[in-house]
Design a protein around this ligand. Sequence first.
Ligand SMILES: [Zn+2]
Length: 282
Amino acid sequence: MTSRTTDDYREMRRSGIECVVEPSFWSGSDKLYPESFFDYFEHIHDFETERADRIAGMDHYITVSINPKEAVDREMSEAVIDRLPEYLDRDRVVGVGEIGFNLQTDEEEWAFREQLRVAEEHEAPVIIHLPHEEKPKGAVRTVDIIEEMGVTQERIIIDHNEPATMETTAATDCWLGFTLYPGKISIEEVMPLLEEYGTDRRIINSSADWDDSDPLAVPKARDAMIDAGWDRSEVRKLLFENPLEFFAQSDSFDYAREIAAESSTTESAAGAAETEPGTEAE
Ligand SMILES: [Zn+2]
């Protein structure tokens, strides 16, 4: 998204969220020039990071990409991807994403492959968006490309999983994301999938979409899982430790190093933060 309201940031902080990772998304109208992407990256990198800190004392990191929804024009994609490497060296950039398929066109595939290649060269974490239309087919095509390119699966999240994608995506070494938002998947639908496919390399996140989405979906999921009888340590692993471990693969993710330093000085995990979601856009 382009930005969050001040109320969103405050309510997230009040609910125990002290760090967010925001992936690049579509700005609500199509960008007409490659340069518009760079203005957008600057905005979320500097302005939103400063706002999240000033308004709510929250750490804010981003991932950069040409989103699948925007990868419609080869020339534009090329111009944006050419300059991605310089953003991957910036302070708050912890990866490449979202990338992947929207309508599953050849142009989208080209941008997806190019950005996977750039991420692999820079050893950067990757967030992959599964398409909302023809999702099972899109999941197969996504996994085929990852395997064919031989990129490091441990540095990839395949996001927006649903029951129909699990068999395909769980067969990889990638991390699997579940984006909680109205009209897509709920925590009640995710819990049985976690029971069946396990909690290792699984991440639960929320959405910051232009339509209905809930920035408190992750803390609400924490409450729902505890109410449903899940072990606290298992909930903590899913909602806090897993995303921490995944993004710690980026040298820019100072939050993980601060948490590690805190727990080594206090020798106590009990007082640390409750949640650390990747706030996700459609
Ligand atoms: Zn997405």
